[in-house]
Design a protein around this ligand. Sequence first.
Ligand SMILES: *Cc1c(COP(=O)(O)O)cnc(C)c1O
Length: 404
Amino acid sequence: MSQAITDLIHHPYVPPAGFAAPQPGVFKASTVIFANVAAMRARDWKNKTGYTYGLHGTPTTFLLEARIASLEGGKHCVLVPSGLAAIANVNIALLKSGDEVLIPDNAYGPSKALADGELKNWGITHQLYDPMNPADLQARIGPKTRLVWLEAPGSVTMEFVPLAQLAAICRQRGVTSALDNTWGAGIAFNGFDLRGPSGSGADIVVQALTKYPSGGGDVLMGSIVTRDDELNLKLKLSHMRLGWGIAGNDAEAVLRALPSVELRYRAQDAAGRALAAWLASRREVAQLLHPAFAGSPGHEHWRELCGGKGSGEAAGGAAAGLFSVAFEPRHGVAQVDAFCDALKLFKLGYSWGGPVSLVVPYDISSMRKPGTWRHKGVLVRFSLGLEAVEDLRADLEQALAKLG
Ligand SMILES: *Cc1c(COP(=O)(O)O)cnc(C)c1O
């Protein structure tokens, strides 16, 4: 476990007088009462020196913001109602008509859909770049480029991109970079300090708190963290104008889950690696896609950034409890669907980081630029919950029998 988790658990909190419990209270409000007109006029929500209205923050949401900023190694945090809203908030705050945003081809799908929908309708163009090839990003940055999205590993296909190099290119070219750090969760690496060429850190780090920080599969929330005061103010102003407040009870659920976030992350990582190693040895599987395993695309970048010393279960370092496998092409779509349907503990469903293990079959060729996906077999993504690994392995084994 890291020093960071100790700091998170001992993060400052001032309890009500005479009630020295370390667990924070939950405050919920729309209206906040002012003592007089002068106080009303003087109160400024922007720098958090006071409370003005529930939408702009309560003691509960301010505390969660401070703790998420600390988890990510940043200074400021803005909370929004989902991970996708965090991505949208960044785009809306930083882009205007005529600007361009660059998005990795293997990014979280709805982020690309937002660019292709609303952003395009507002006159904001986008290009998809190949994140495994820094020269491709370098070549696509042009005079209209205002924002570059980064993400590691790639959504579903799990390529671990050379994040430090990509961020350093953005810094050299003077373009703001925003990292979707949902996989790393602020635990696998620090998005603001990518241990690469100097100046290789993202300017903005977003996370779907829906996943690991919530851990319960019962909250949707997103965070936007920065180290820069001016950037934070831009994000906060858009956030205020959009009216994207979060609910006190949801904030409490995440505050309650945060002390165990690293414990859960590492448990799900260990379970994921154990099952990934087992699946990779099966004759039905053509390719394992898990950044901690040699032979998975970008494994060496994962080792550099996340502290891995070798491959697989014994490699150390940190990786989320998430991996995909490409089945041998002889197992067609219908057979792989039957495998997924036969699973009993692994449930069919989106998201990850909760207690229940999940599985989703994907048709990758429809999700990437034509011709860029090399594997022929059907791809299935697994996300680990908190069940006993032996039970999950037995579940996979009985379902593999259905593949034929
Ligand atoms: C889940 C996810 C999101 C979106 O989070 P929601 O809270 O479900 O909107 C964004 N990015 C990544 C990488 C995700 O996995």
